[in-house]
Design a protein around this ligand. Structure first.
Ligand SMILES: [Zn+2]
Length: 400
């Protein structure tokens, strides 16, 4: 990554390039560079020879500073940049020089020969360049999302929000990645044994540096009868969760726990934060994505009441597809990530719509019900039905 350009006398040109989130293993290597128009060749040896000839030619005029530049070439990895004045288009209405780099390991002290120079073509990684394919990202870069539950749906939703350019994504989850559950999880073997929330946050920090990734370990709604397990002076154990919720521009609830959903939808309303909830049903026969905005007339409890009244259809369930994994006391469903992503993607479209300040349509509905299987368990093309969620007489619609 080209971070800083200096003239051979040491004066900086332009601003130093860096990411908001520096990768943990970042290190700085110093290289040399020269400006000239190379011939149309991909022969790295020839290009390096030409670059060195050009540096030597300029050394006649500035011997002291060029000696310093050449010292940089004797490091563990020698990098020589060629800036050529080709008009390269990047970002909206911008032009700039093209870059290519020649990377070599110089002769080693133990007599082993140096490797051949490698030719690396410059790519642009500035914010404008990276997001030029996704203009809505501009309105997302300042936004914060909290994703509760980093299972098969929450993990993909959170990663996709980072890819879309959401400026900060916080994951809240207690669970650990296991070989079996990584089949419907975005990261594979490299994440086995790691906390789900931490693994996702690290992956985003390393790969999507425009997004600040955070995580809160811990389990919401966990009850304990073991007094020794409670910290002596815990204060409010929910304080970090409340802080994250209060600071969020959207909360995505992929916990698939009705208790957590009831609590989170309540607190989001209280804190004035848009709440998006999504889950699959047993057997992945269907699913739900609903959003409740702070000023909405109905709420998540109203939705549950409408379900009881059968005024809004509940997503279809297929109880045949349940399994209790060895060593696990709770049943889980058998199903592929490829079916669950139908729900993740609608969660992301909804969240992006709510965050994008009108640049991406969030849709005019409140509740979206997905059907993936027919009554006879045969597969059907994914079918979404949209519903409003009016205030229910037993909840928000009660006469006061
Ligand atoms: Zn209500």
């Amino acid at each position: 990554m080209l971070r800083q350009l200096k003239t051979s006398s040491g004066a900086a040109i332009g601003k130093r390039f860096g990411f908001p989130t520096e990768p943990r293993d970042a290190q700085v290597l110093t290289g040399r560079w020269v400006k000239f128009t190379p011939p149309a060749t991909t022969d790295a040896r020839e290009l390096l020879r030409l670059a060195e000839a050009e540096l030597a030619r300029q050394a006649v005029m500035q011997p002291a500073s060029v000696r310093k530049v050449n010292e940089a070439a004797r490091g563990p990895l020698s990098t020589t940049g060629i800036a050529f004045p080709e008009e390269v288009k990047y970002g909206p209405k911008k032009n700039g020089a093209g870059w290519l780099f020649l990377v070599t390991r110089p002769a080693l002290a133990d007599g082993r020969t140096a490797g051949a120079p490698r030719l690396v073509l410059g790519e642009r990684a500035g914010k404008d360049d990276v997001f030029s394919r996704l203009p809505i990202a501009k309105s997302l870069l300042t936004k914060k999302a909290v994703v509760v539950g980093a299972g098969a749906i929450g993990s993909f939703s959170g990663l996709e929000l980072a890819r879309a350019g959401v400026g900060e994504v916080t994951f809240l989850d207690f669970d650990v990645v296991q070989p079996g559950n990584s089949l419907r999880w975005p990261l594979g073997r490299s994440a086995w044994g790691r906390g789900k929330a931490a693994a996702l946050a690290n992956f985003i920090a390393e790969n999507y540096p425009w997004t600040k990734a955070c995580f809160i370990p811990g389990r919401l709604g966990e009850a304990t009868t073991n007094a020794a397990a409670i910290p002596p002076d815990p204060g409010n154990v929910l304080a970090p969760v409340f802080q994250a919720l209060r600071g969020a521009d959207v909360v995505v609830d992929a916990s698939a726990s009705e208790e957590v959903q009831l609590a989170l939808s309540h607190y989001c309303k209280r804190f004035g934060v848009p709440y998006v909830v999504g889950h699959a049903t047993h057997g992945v026969a269907g699913g739900l994505v609903a959003r409740f905005l702070p000023d909405a007339e109905g709420c998540f409890v109203c939705l549950n009441e409408h379900w009881k009244d059968k005024r809004i259809p509940e997503p279809r369930v297929d109880n045949a597809g349940m399994v209790i994994p060895v060593g696990c006391n709770a049943p889980t469903f058998t199903g592929g990530g490829f079916d669950l992503q139908e729900i993740s993607l609608e969660i992301v479209r909804t969240a992006v719509g709510l965050l994008s300040e009108g640049n991406y349509d969030p849709g005019g509905w409140t509740v979206a019900v997905l059907t993936l299987k027919n009554e006879d368990r045969s597969r059907t093309l994914p079918r979404w039905e949209a519903h409003p969620c009016p205030p229910h007489p037993k909840c928000c619609g009660a006469s006061r």
